[in-house]
Design a protein around this ligand. Structure first.
Ligand code: PLP
Length: 371
């Protein structure tokens, strides 16, 4: 298989699997147990927390493990809303992942007001529009660091400054960014930041939420005292250890990996642009290094994906959560793109892809489109 869908998920890195392996068998103890095996498990979680904190420019006390990126997003919004009930307006964008958008809708059902900001044709949020949308009762803004469909990177550091000047907290969904571009929570100035292990070579079913020290947040999950009483549930120790191992590798190798995937992406983009009716979506000057999103005039998305699949090439239309569904992408709609007569394809490249695979993909696409 030629796997070109790394934004949907990535293969678990063998080094991460090796780091996880003992915690599935011999070192299976509960990290809350007081005996030695329990203390060892606790140490593994603490070490992983320190590694994740180091990778994103945070303090250990600011990293909380979750079950996935969606939980981190949902917790950030719900938890901050519940802990700070006096202000009842939230600000977000029309291009967020559904983990943010559907949480906002749930908060609207609880009586919160939410403003959904437009983006421009490249998928960029305007800092001026962001500033204008802030109200006296705005509690929290949530703007993703990089978009999962088109790869556009948002000006989150500027937005954090604007938010703070108005006494507003800023959450960023960095699920597509962490492990792929440098992410420093302190330098970005955000208050909360979500990430997910399976997007950077870690296991599925584990994520983390960065919560800047001092930010008030309530639980999403109540129960035991895990994660300093803020996120109950027996720790997924193999997952947490695997996440830290994969993130450490991804950060150490980032320069090399991003140069590699960007060169493949540029080659694929250059070849596709020579085909009739192909248009690139997203901000070509400021997007994730392995991301390429194109619209192809006169073609059908489902047909293209099926033919690629028949040639054993895995790509997608956009977010994993909407592939298979026929509805138009909310991201492309917000960008004023993606007409009915166009096919939308997202290629997201990873470290194991080769130039040979790109050439094969172009050959197959040419044949499909000729037909
Ligand atoms: N946020 C973004 C931008 C994503 O791309 C995804 C996954 O596709 C998520 C959140 C959800 O992450 P998870 O799959 O870990 O729940």
């Amino acid at each position: 298989m030629i796997y070109l869908d790394h934004a949907a998920t990535t293969a678990l890195r063998s080094e991460a699997l090796e780091a996880m392996r003992p915690y599935f068998s011999a070192a299976f103890a509960n990290a809350s147990a007081a005996y030695r095996a329990g203390r060892d498990a606790r140490r593994a979680v603490d070490d992983a927390r320190a590694a994740v904190a180091r990778a994103i420019g945070a303090q250990r006390s600011e990293v909380y493990f979750t079950s996935c990126g969606s939980e981190a997003d949902c917790w950030a919004l719900m938890g901050v809303a519940r802990a700070n009930p006096r202000k009842r307006h939230l600000l977000t964008t029309k291009i967020e992942h559904h983990a943010v958008l559907h949480t906002c809708q749930a908060l609207e059902r609880e009586g919160y007001a939410v403003t959904y900001l437009d983006v421009d044709g490249l998928g960029r949020v305007s800092p001026d529009a962001f500033a204008r949308a802030i109200r006296p009762d705005t509690l929290l803004a949530s703007v993703m660091l990089a978009n999962n469909e088109v790869g556009t990177i948002e000006p989150v550091a500027s937005l954090a400054q604007i938010a703070h000047a108005h006494g507003v907290l800023l959450h960023t969904d960095a699920v597509q960014a962490v492990g792929h571009i440098p992410v420093d929570a302190g330098a970005l100035g955000v208050d909360l930041l979500s990430m997910s292990a399976h997007k950077f070579g870690g296991p599925k079913g584990v994520g983390a939420l960065y919560v800047r020290d001092g930010v008030r947040i309530d639980n999403l999950i109540y129960g035991g005292a895990q994660e300093r009483g803020l996120r109950a549930g027996t720790e997924n120790i193999p997952g947490i250890v695997g996440m830290a191992a994969a993130l450490t590798l991804a950060v150490d190798e980032m320069r090399e990996t991003s140069a590699h995937v960007a060169s493949l992406r540029d080659a694929l983009e250059g070849a596709l642009m020579q085909l009739c009716g192909v248009r690139v979506n997203g901000d070509r000057d400021n997007r994730l290094p392995g991301h390429l999103h194109v619209s192809i005039a006169g073609a059908d998305t489902a047909m293209l994906l099926m033919r690629l699949d028949m040639a054993d090439i895995a790509a997608s239309a956009g977010s994993a959560c909407t592939s298979g569904a026929t509805e138009r992408s909310h991201v492309l709609a917000a960008m004023g793109r993606g007409g009915a007569q166009e096919a939308d394809l997202r290629f997201s490249l990873g470290r194991e892809n080769t130039m040979h695979q790109i050439a094969d993909t172009v050959t197959v696409l040419r044949q499909i489109l000729k037909r």
